[in-house]
Unconditional design. Structure first.
Length: 443
RNA sequence: GCCGUAUUAGCUUAGUUGGUGGAGCGGCGGACUGUUAAUCCGCAGGUCGCAGGUUCGAGUCCUGCAUACGGCGCCA
């Protein structure tokens, strides 16, 4: 039963003239009485198959003529090069085996009309039928792009002697603000789903020195935007003996590595969804500029945008700011009052912290947040007290500083945000198989 | 939490100043030996989101509710 021949093999021309067996699903289908044209798809592509009544037994002819969309079939036949076939090759069918029938009373619900571009992304119907929508061309392409990006993250870090390291998903305390924690019952106590690997990564930093992960993070944000999910995949790294600049250099190199690999591995897929490859080349080859928070605020004020020093830069301001950039850029040195305690104050001016965000162009916004950590015991206690944060839940975190603290830092990258940006998706939901947001946990 | 928009057949939708809800796709039946989202003929399929109200009469006007989608704050 194992499958050894894929549609992409046939389309490449390597078996033209051969008698072959193809396994796949019926994508489309048109018949003219004594001839049937059907499009067979598998994970690698689609090919036109032709059944002529004279070439096969009546039973086989009828079964392929009546096979509904998404029926699974095994077709035997001869591969022929033919200019009239989309893709240049077709299969002349001689034998048909229907493996999984589709019932006419409940035909495949995802029709062309259901996938017509309705304003601003996917309809409720497609979201409800996500389990079936996955097998359509656009979703299949997105999943391949996503896989390439995950692979690139692993190869970037592993090629540089980073150790992959896992943190728990059940945690007792917050990384970000407490309001965005998912609370789960835990044998009579309360636990939370993790928002970030970071605090646990810092614990392993003295052991491994260079570490990374790709894992889900959970944020109970009610945000309904094209860049938010409640469950997203988080690529995070942490390095010992490094500061903000080193971490930023890794962030830039990682993103460029992802863009370059994506061009190498998935150019066809990018083009099939209408993505301009020149943009991806530019992201792969350019340096990413770095600007300080103060400069950004001045620029915005110069443009007449209402913003006061100390205020965080929200999405609308990011958009104004990134309008004139055609590559990602870093925003650094935010005011201390806008950031949590684990960001290290700048020794040259402690109004600021040593941090950075990487903002993607084309209006996609923040894809990376990172920086240097507050690494001495004295400084971390001071920062926690300044913020009015209770010490107790962070005792283990403070301990790390009590036993040979060293300068260190890291970043977190929203993998779906990167996928969404590089693929040019309208909505972050398009790049994850089963998206989770504040209103949807099904299917 | 806030603001906005929508809800008509399995899907995408039309529906005028209130007067017996139309179409395309998909499905079923038929014709057709080179189609490209094939074409042509026919058939089935609707508590117009739910509950009230106004009216001789409501898909259409009003009120409430539900659900969804879009956006904001926050963030990756």
């Amino acid at each position: 039963m194992a499958k050894t021949l894929w549609i992409s093999d046939v389309l490449s021309g390597s078996c033209t003239g051969d008698s072959v067996e193809l396994k796949g699903w019926v994508k489309r289908h048109r018949s003219s009485g004594k001839i049937v044209f059907m499009t067979l798809r598998d994970s690698t592509g689609e090919i036109q198959c032709v059944a002529k009544k004279a070439d096969l037994e009546d039973l086989d002819f009828d079964s392929i003529k009546n096979a509904l969309i998404e029926s699974s079939v095994i077709l035997k036949g001869k591969v022929k090069a033919d200019e009239r076939a989309p893709g240049g090759h077709e299969l002349l069918i001689t034998k048909v085996t229907i493996i999984g029938e589709v019932n006419a009373e409940k035909p495949f619900p995802i029709t062309e009309s259901a996938m017509e571009d309705t304003e601003g992304g996917e309809t409720e119907f497609l979201l409800d039928n996500r389990h079936l929508y996955l097998r359509t061309g656009r979703m299949t392409t997105m999943l391949k792009i996503r896989s390439s990006i995950f692979g690139s993250i692993h190869s970037y870090f592993r090629n540089r002697d980073f150790i992959e390291y896992q943190a728990p998903s059940f945690v007792a305390g917050a990384v970000e603000g407490g309001s965005t924690l998912f609370e789960v019952p835990y044998f009579g106590r309360k636990a939370y789903l993790t928002q970030s690997w970071q605090l646990y990564a810092e614990a392993a930093m003295p052991a491994l020195e260079r570490l990374y992960t790709i894992a889900p993070s959970f944020r109970a944000e009610k945000s309904r935007t094209r860049r938010h999910l409640t469950e997203f995949w988080h690529a995070e790294m942490e390095i010992a003996w490094g500061g903000n600049d080193e971490v930023m250099a890794h962030g830039e190199a990682l993103v460029r590595h992802i863009a370059k690999n994506l061009l190498d591995e998935r150019s066809d897929e990018l083009e099939s969804i209408g993505r301009d490859l020149n943009l991806i080349s530019r992201y792969a080859d350019s340096k990413y500029p770095r600007i300080r928070y103060d400069e950004a605020v001045e620029t915005l004020q110069g443009m007449g945008v209402e913003i006061e020093w100390g205020q965080d830069l929200d999405y609308s301001k990011e958009k104004v700011l990134t309008k004139d950039y055609d590559v990602p850029h870093f925003l650094t040195h935010y005011p201390k009052i806008a950031k949590p305690f684990y960001h290290r104050p700048d020794p040259e001016d402690d109004k600021y912290v040593l941090c950075h965000d990487l903002l993607a162009p084309e209006g996609y916004g923040e894809i990376i947040g990172g920086g240097e950590r507050t690494w001495s015991e004295k400084e971390i206690l001071q920062r926690i007290d300044e913020e009015g944060t209770p010490r107790e839940p962070y005792e283990f975190y403070i301990d790390i500083r009590r036993y040979g603290g060293v300068p260190h830092g890291g970043f977190g990258m929203g993998v779906e945000r990167v996928c969404s940006w590089l693929s040019g998706a309208d909505h972050i939901r398009e790049v994850i198989p089963f998206p989770r947001d504040s209103r949807r946990v099904t299917p």
